[in-house]
Ligand binder design. Structure first.
Ligand SMILES: C[S@@+](CC[C@H](N)C(=O)[O-])C[C@H]1O[C@@H](n2cnc3c(N)ncnc32)[C@H](O)[C@@H]1O
Length: 270
């Protein structure tokens, strides 16, 4: 069942999100060119070799990919923000990780059309649950039929609105504290530090939080005068900040995994 919960806090005034929203609106008005701005950056991989990336996909990911995941990936390829989608190799990695830790109750911050959400739902046991949050329901709805097709839509509780407000709402319920096995964060990088304090109260001892894009297109080590796409430059300092916070937080142990655009896994130990 799709939940209709809507958080009440205001949408972020972040200029990059605003730019995305304007693009979406002009597309809906039929005024946008079908240009996919994010496609210019290329696929999401730090391998620096298209051939090797393709080799990994064709030999280990695609042959085992579920039909529903394949369908969702193909549908998303035609969407103007398609570079936001979690890559197929990272999706496969998440599925393996969730099974290894026997995850049952999870949270996802940043859904878009739901590739990582569907991967998570497929990896959880039949009684598993995901609370999934995003400011835009529309993109989630594009991917929802694939979750139905996969028979996992009952595991998903979608909550529309700014994730900080949704998380604050969740923190008022004692049953949520220390309850979640896994949390995947793939949303507004300028709020990762704010998410971290809240998520540390929601994840269980021994549970894992995964922060996505922590290598941020390789820009973290770019020289100041290196030309970078506007949105990469805008978020760079925020990603540097969360990486510093995670590396020095004594409540977690971390592993920065260089798959796709980098995911930092944080296991709560205190
Ligand atoms: C990179 S995409 C997520 C991709 C997704 N993991 C996938 O596999 O397709 C980031 C998402 O975060 C959402 N987002 C941005 N700011 C947000 C906020 N403050 N609260 C909730 N969601 C937000 C965007 O609407 C967008 O759908």
């Amino acid at each position: 069942m799709v939940s209709t919960t809507t958080a009440t806090a205001e949408t972020t005034s972040n200029p990059v999100v605003q730019e995305n929203e304007n693009e979406q609106k002009s597309k809906e008005n039929g005024t946008a060119k079908a240009s996919a701005r994010h496609q210019a950056v290329g696929h999401k991989s730090l391998l620096k070799s298209d051939g090797l990336y393709q080799y990994i996909l064709e030999t280990s990911v695609y042959p085992r990919e579920h039909e529903s995941l394949k369908g969702l990936r193909e549908m998303t390829a035609n969407h103007p923000w398609n570079l936001m989608t979690t890559s197929a190799d990272e999706g496969q990695f998440l599925m393996m990780l969730l099974k290894l830790i026997n995850a049952k109750n999870t949270i996802e911050v940043g859904v878009y059309t739901g590739y990582s959400l569907l991967s998570t739902a497929l990896a959880l046991p039949p009684d598993g649950k995901i609370i999934a949050m995003d400011i835009h329901r529309k993109n989630f709805e594009l991917g929802y039929p694939f979750m139905v097709q996969a028979g996992v839509s009952d595991k998903i509780d979608f909550r529309e609105g700014p994730a900080l407000a949704t998380l604050d709402q969740m923190l008022t319920e004692e049953s949520n504290l220390g309850f979640f096995d896994f949390i995947f964060v793939d949303a507004d990088k300028d709020n990762y530090v704010n998410y971290h304090e809240r998520l540390m109260k929601l994840v269980k001892l021994g549970g894992v939080i995964g922060y996505d894009n922590t290598l941020w297109n390789g820009s973290l080590v770019a020289a100041d005068d290196e030309p970078l796409p506007k949105y990469v430059r805008y978020y760079k300092d925020f990603v540097l900040e969360i990486n510093k916070v995670l590396a020095t937080d004594p409540r977690i142990e971390i592993s920065q995994v260089p798959i796709s655009d980098g995911i930092t896994l944080c296991r709560r130990i205190k």
